[in-house]
Write a protein that binds this ligand. Structure first.
Ligand code: FES
Length: 81
């Protein structure tokens, strides 16, 4: 499979086969997409191994998916809000 795009909040983000959504975001220069409940500090990839839940996104309508664990698929619709 060749490189493909996923949609993140309506923006095309390139992804490589086998790459997680979190890795695709990181490669695109996106370092955070959530904020802490108190203080509004940035959250995104932190542990990268599925433990901290800092990287949650909605994928194809499924809420609370860990971006660091979920492999990107062609046509994925990702929402960070
Ligand atoms: S970065 Fe920690 S669970 Fe995804």
């Amino acid at each position: 499979m060749e490189r493909f795009d996923i949609s993140v909040d309506g923006r095309a983000v390139p992804a490589e086969p086998g790459q997680t959504i979190g890795a695709a975001l990181h490669a695109a220069g996106v370092r955070s997409w959530r904020s802490t409940r108190f203080g509004g500090r940035p959250r995104g990839l932190f542990c990268g191994i599925g433990v901290c839940f800092d990287c949650l996104v909605e994928v194809n309508g499924r809420p609370a998916e860990r971006a660091c664990q979920l492999e990107a698929r062609p046509g994925d619709e990702v929402s960070t809000s």
